[in-house]
Ligand binder design. Structure first.
Ligand code: PBG
Length: 322
């Protein structure tokens, strides 16, 4: 008789035939950085996540490197916002200085920067607004400036998250022309217009003042279009692709895994984090087991790299066990 339970009977047997693994080195911790000193500002809808000033950032990344995490992705809260997002490509901007801090304090970590304008525009949109709409090509020009400024600051990977058309090709060209031919692009290639980004917009103060992001982010109804977006970005020169959010898009990840040979990332976003934290707070879910299960599901679906606010906790749990 076929008895599949035979290989499930003991932990050593289960370990022997385990198909997928999640390790700290696969994970990227998102970090929010603010101006000032000794700042650790809590975010109400993301318990356990804080906005850090650069001195606190230094301490934090030393710890993350010791835990063996793969890297960090940085989001900045500038003091100054305007309709051109000029703080986003300022050589002395908050993210640009943060990159320097991380590279000095924790050279083992891969430093990813998020290339977008929404945290830097006065209206909270991801681009230049003309006649109430986001103008694609003028926005792409600004994104190129942002990417090059992150490259100059020392970023290891730039990750455009804006979903404008043609931005990967334009950023590749801008990086090549400024001498950054070896700097990889991780494209947020299949990014959906998702309600799960809500808490992030509190954390990064980037909620749009009017309208929403549906003129550029993907319709959650569309799988084929999501695959098309990612394959287009591959054609434009992306080195890695990303699906976002993660758990609501495991089908997209799985499908994309069969359609490209590029490494894939998935972003377990702020709302996915908040949802688990809320249930844990109520005593309804067991945090560690639920987090480990979601991360495993995301790896199983096809992600090589996972961006998650649980990265540090996961690495701690893993190190405790070892
Ligand atoms: C754009 C950006 C967003 C997130 C990552 N990069 C916000 C958005 O598209 O509205 C969301 C991440 C999350 O929810 O954790 N700069």
């Amino acid at each position: 008789m076929k008895r599949l339970r035979r290989l499930r009977m003991t932990e050593p047997l289960r370990r022997l035939v385990r198909e997928h693994h999640v390790l700290p080195q696969h994970l990227i911790q998102p970090l929010f950085v603010v101006e000032g000193d000794r700042q650790r500002q809590p975010i109400a809808s993301m318990p356990g996540v804080e906005r850090l000033s650069l001195d606190e950032l230094e301490r934090e990344v030393e710890e993350l490197a010791k835990l063996g995490l793969g890297g960090v992705i940085l989001f900045g809260l500038p003091n100054h916002k305007d309709d051109m997002a000029s703080a986003a490509w300022d050589a002395e901007g908050i993210v640009q200085r943060a990159v320097g801090v991380v590279k000095r304090a924790a050279p083992q970590l891969v430093v990813v920067t998020d290339v977008c304008l929404c945290e830097y525009t006065s209206h909270g949109h991801c681009g230049v607004v003309r006649e109430g709409r986001i103008a694609n090509d003028p926005t792409v020009e600004l994104l190129c400036r942002v990417a090059v400024s992150h490259a100059r600051a020392g970023a290891d990977i730039v990750a455009p998250s804006d979903m404008m058309d043609g931005r990967v090709a334009a950023i590749r060209q801008a990086l090549d022309e400024t001498g950054f031919v070896d700097l990889p692009i991780l494209s947020y290639s299949s990014k959906f217009a998702s309600a799960f980004y809500g808490p992030f917009r509190e954390a990064a103060a980037s909620a749009p003042a009017f309208g929403d992001r549906r003129s550029h982010q993907l319709d959650p109804a569309n799988l084929r279009e999501a695959i098309r977006e990612s394959l287009l970005d591959e054609g434009e020169g992306a080195d890695m692709l990303m699906v976002k959010p993660a758990l609501p898009c495991l089908d997209i990840l799985r499908e994309l895994r069969t359609r490209t040979e590029l490494p894939l990332a998935a972003y377990q976003v702020s709302g996915e984090y908040a949802m688990i934290k809320a249930a844990v707070h109520q005593g309804w879910l067991e945090e560690r087991r639920v987090v480990e299960e979601t991360l495993m599901a995301i790896r199983r679906a096809g992600a090589d790299v996972i961006l998650t606010y649980f990265a540090k906790d996961f690495a701690r749990w893993t190190n405790e066990r070892a």
